[in-house]
Write a protein that binds this ligand. Structure first.
Ligand code: G6P
Length: 619
């Protein structure tokens, strides 16, 4: 969602902050701003509506000197996106400046209280309320900023990651978190002096250091120029931070010659999945090794039910996981929208396992859903991509995707990474439970191993989708159809198109067509049908006939060598043959490419689609 960057050290802060904002732009991008204390002790705040480049342009002639600063990219929650509501926010005296990710739920009552004390506000944001509250605490308790932050945060309901500058202490940077992630990087400048970096994720930090501290909930940190860092909780009890080495490199954050991160990440999928299965699929012994399962074997053997909580694309991969785990391991699986689950009173049995699937590991609803499940006694398992993320840390066990950082807002490699990880998980449980014959188990392991090569084949054979994507730019609606394992792929294909081209699209189980959506079919309506020569092939062929006879345009995904569906189709994408359960890993690729090229043909910004954020850390 929003992004935070901070710097304290020997270097000029502004270029570091701006570069960091660019790296974080994928999280949210309706406005941005920086606050820097210069050598004279002025605390300058500059903000601009729009992208980081607009901010860069607007500060060209301004005094941006100084070696301590904080910065922010915003995705609006309270108050429209404009320069006034952008962060950093000054306190009334302009002695403090603060950036904030998250939501202060009781900001209205706090604001009313302060207004009664004649304090004035210039924005509509909850963030301004927070910085004013810190100043209010400093004045009423006659204390320093650090103590005031502790006091202020004790009065706050909601989620936050914050960084604050105090003009009267130009050598100190203070930050705190609850619910929203915040990472402190510990580096050394060219002359060997200590420097600190802040980031709401690792992307603005990794260029300078891989030594980081993940701030924990309700922790406050104060850093100074001598390299000293102190971390306490809200009650001022000293905490012992854990220094972690980031396993990420800068190349993963660059486009590597591709025009967009999304296209790079689509093409990265074969290699990303090779990394994901490395060490987990043992081809010599035809075995699956998932330490997250092996370490808790009994839990999985005794489990009566699995509930998977997720949002967005992760919810789609969870649905595919459900089909596979039920088929292979014979455990009933329920898939829940985390945002719904967290506000119900779901029934959790002692032997239930709750799995959270989340690329970012920070989605607020998914985190809240598993916290609820934990309070009801469930065993929690996390399937996340971002190492050290909140969900990864909140779960009892788990498996990382290891597909590398995903920057494009529309999820691609994380989706296929999640599907293959859930397949590994299903196989690992099936092995322990002996629910598959040895022959079937080995055959599935063998087939899974070949998926990255088949993905590469699929990419090579569908790279010319750009040549006809132009034809669909006039379309107002799309329908996507699939059955069985491919129904969630239809949902995912439709979501990809909506997200980046802004064309309305719906995914349906193909047989549900005749219960309503068929009324929408006419010669204007493209219908994307996933029709591999597997599973319910004949039935899908009948569904295609129903559409054709109503003059709908058929775009199909077929198995190599299929001529029946090909001849019925207006456009056709080919994938290699694979087991029914693994078709989603291949069938989704032409759909990702289709949405990408339609969006490009419509002139959309595919890496930064309007109104969307990569990581939704608020409700
Ligand atoms: C946002 C992103 C989606 C993502 C969803 C869940 O909506 O734009 O791409 O699927 O959040 O995110 P998660 O990080 O939990 O997988």
């Amino acid at each position: 969602m929003c992004g935070i960057v901070g710097y304290l050290g020997e270097e000029q802060a502004c270029p570091i902050l701006i570069k960091g904002l660019h790296r974080l732009e994928y999280r949210g991008y309706d406005s941005s701003g920086v606050a820097i204390i210069n050598a004279k002790g002025d605390l300058n705040v500059y903000k601009a509506k729009g992208k980081v480049s607009a901010l860069e342009e607007s500060i060209k002639e301004k005094d941006t000197t100084g070696t301590i600063g904080i910065a922010h990219t915003r995705w609006a929650t309270h108050g429209e996106p404009n320069a006034i509501n952008a962060h950093p926010h000054y306190s009334e005296s302009k002695n403090l400046a603060l950036v904030h990710n998250g939501i202060i739920e009781n900001y209205k009552s706090l604001r009313t209280e302060m207004e009664k004390n004649n304090m004035t506000f210039c924005s509509q944001t909850d963030t301004e309320v927070l910085v004013q509250l810190v100043e209010y605490m400093m004045n009423t308790h006659n204390c320093d900023m650090y103590t005031a932050v502790q006091l202020a945060l004790k009065n706050v309901i909601g989620a936050y990651a914050i960084a604050i500058l105090d003009k009267s202490h130009p050598d100190q940077l203070v930050c705190a978190r609850k619910g929203s992630p915040l990472i402190i990087g510990l580096g050394k400048s060219a002359n060997g002096r200590a420097e600190f970096f802040l980031g709401s994720d690792a992307t603005p930090i990794i260029e300078y250091t891989n030594k980081v501290i993940y701030l924990q909930d309700e922790e406050i940190a104060i850093m100074d120029r001598s390299g000293h860092i102190d971390i306490t909780n809200l009650s001022n009890v000293k905490q012992t931070p854990q220094l972690v080495t980031l396993q990420m490199n800068l190349d993963q954050l660059e486009k590597g010659g591709y025009p967009h991160f999304m296209l790079k990440e689509i093409w990265e999928q074969p290699n990303a999945l090779r990394t994901c299965i490395r060490g987990r699929l043992n081809m010599a012994d035809k075995d699956v090794l998932l330490s997250g399962i092996l370490d808790h074997k009994e839990k999985f053997l005794n489990c009566n039910r699995i509930i998977i909580c997720a949002c967005g694309t992760s919810w789609h991969s969870a649905l595919i996981g459900k089909y596979f785990i039920e088929e292979a391991a014979q455990i009933p699986v329920e898939v829940e929208y985390a945002s719904e689950f967290r506000y119900r009173n779901p029934v959790i049995y002692p032997n239930d396992i709750v799995i959270a699937v989340s690329q970012s590991g920070e989605t607020a609803d998914t985190l809240a859903a598993i916290q609820l499940a934990k309070s009801k006694g469930a065993f929690l398992y996390g399937i996340c991509n971002v190492i050290g993320s909140s969900i990864a840390r909140a779960t009892d066990s788990g498996t990382y995707l290891h597909v590398g950082p995903e920057i494009g807002v529309a999820s691609t490699k994380a989706f296929t990474g999640q599907v293959i990880t859930l397949a590994l998980l299903g196989l690992a449980i099936a092995k322990e439970k002996k629910t598959l014959s040895d022959e079937m188990f080995h055959m599935l392991v063998n087939e899974l191993q070949q998926i990255p090569d088949k993905m590469q084949w699929t990419l090579e054979h569908n790279k010319n989708i750009d040549q006809f994507a132009q034809m669909f730019t006039y379309c107002k609606n799309f329908i996507y159809l699939g059955r069985g394992y491919n129904y969630p792929v239809a949902l995912e294909g439709a979501l990809k198109l909506k997200e980046i081209s802004y064309i309305h699209a719906e995914g349906y189980p193909a047989a549900e067509m005749k219960h309503g959506p068929i009324a929408l079919i006419d010669e204007e309506m493209p219908v994307v049908v996933i029709a591999p020569k597997r599973g319910m092939y004949e039935k899908v062929v009948s569904n295609i006939q129903e559409i054709k006879s109503r003059k709908g345009k058929i775009i199909s995904v077929v198995t190599e060598g299929d001529t029946v569906v090909r001849d019925m189709s207006d456009y056709c994408f080919v994938i290699p043959d694979t087991r029914d359960c693994f078709v989603p890993l291949l069938a989704v690729i032409p759909l990702q490419l289709l949405s990408y090229y339609v969006a490009i043909a419509k002139g959309r910004n595919v890496d930064q689609p309007r109104n969307l954020a990569k990581s939704v850390t608020v409700e």
